[in-house]
Design a protein around this ligand. Structure first.
Ligand code: G6P
Length: 280
């Protein structure tokens, strides 16, 4: 496989037919189909696949900076660099791929750290596990923020709710203010909640339930402290060249993230974060 072609992808198929596709560009999960079910991830038909550009949809890896919370390019560089496939296998019940990204002249030019990132994707049955591991391979401590920026596909945002966030404080990136999530249920399609961009702090291992009519996806995370809920709504979506105008109504990002407290990694140490999605 030519690592420099942003359209190169790995197709994982489990014995039960569950599948996932992962682009080497960005170490980016593009598709997840549970056994016997339809596509669960949103991927924009207008996405660009070009060196240095991020793919719109699927599961972008944000590293070593979340959003514009630092001096690096938005969401860091992991999502715009070519990763290497280091392992692919089919087990009895699942299929697994491991992709790797190491520091290079390009990363050291803007972030002076030695690191090794591994993205492990395991698919089988009604679930997908996406694990991001970071090794500090240098001799000085490093610090990062990160996210698995999952775009869930929905049929109609108006019918979608997210459960499991009650009692958490969040930063509203649109209002630039902190607030408390009082209700357990977040109705994403409600007027005023369409243009949604919130960082929920201290979610830790609480499961989140994303429901739409009879479809339910349970989102679990480990290692990531926070979760981000994002939908651009119609106005912001219209300004995104790589999204169709109605794209906002067909997706909801539910992201496992470490934003509030950056991860501090001493020399030689490792950090692991995981997001698991299960179709109920
Ligand atoms: O357009 P992108 O660079 O991919 O970022 C998409 C979105 O990512 C996250 O969800 C942030 O919270 C949003 O503020 C941002 O707009």
């Amino acid at each position: 496989m030519n690592q420099s072609d942003p359209r190169d992808a790995v197709l994982l198929t489990a014995p039960d037919g569950a599948s996932a596709t992962i682009a080497l560009h960005g170490g980016h999960v593009l598709s997840w189909k549970p056994a016997g079910a339809a596509e669960q991830l949103y991927l924009s038909a207008r996405s660009e696949y070009a060196p240095g550009k991020a793919i719109r949809g699927g599961v972008p890896v944000c590293f070593p900076q979340f959003a514009e919370r630092g001096p690096l390019p938005k969401h860091g560089f992991a999502r715009t660099l070519p990763w290497k496939l280091v392992q692919q296998e089919q087990g009895k019940d699942d299929a697994l791929a491991v992709l790797r990204l190491r520091d290079s002249d390009a990363t050291r030019a803007i972030w002076p750290h030695a690191f090794e990132l591994e993205l492990s994707v395991r698919v089988g049955g009604r679930s997908i596990d996406i694990e991001l591991a970071c090794d500090n391979t240098g001799d000085a401590p490093l610090q990062f923020t990160a996210a698995l920026h999952t775009y869930l596909r929905v049929a109609d945002l108006d019918a979608v709710s997210v459960e499991g966030l009650a009692g958490l404080r969040y930063f509203d990136s649109i209002k630039q203010a902190e607030a408390l999530q009082r209700m357990d249920l977040l109705l994403t399609g409600e007027k005023g909640v369409r243009d949604l961009d919130r960082i929920y702090f201290g979610v830790k291992e609480r499961p989140l339930l994303v429901a739409e009519d009879r479809r339910q996806v349970i989102v679990r995370q480990q290692g990531f402290e926070d979760a981000v809920i994002w939908n651009p709504g119609p106005e912001r979506c219209a300004k995104l060249a790589d999204m169709p105008p109605e794209g906002w109504s067909e997706m909801l990002c539910v992201e496992a993230a470490c934003v509030g407290r950056p991860v501090e990694l001493p020399a030689g140490e490792s950090w692991v974060g995981r997001q698991s999605l299960s179709l109920a």
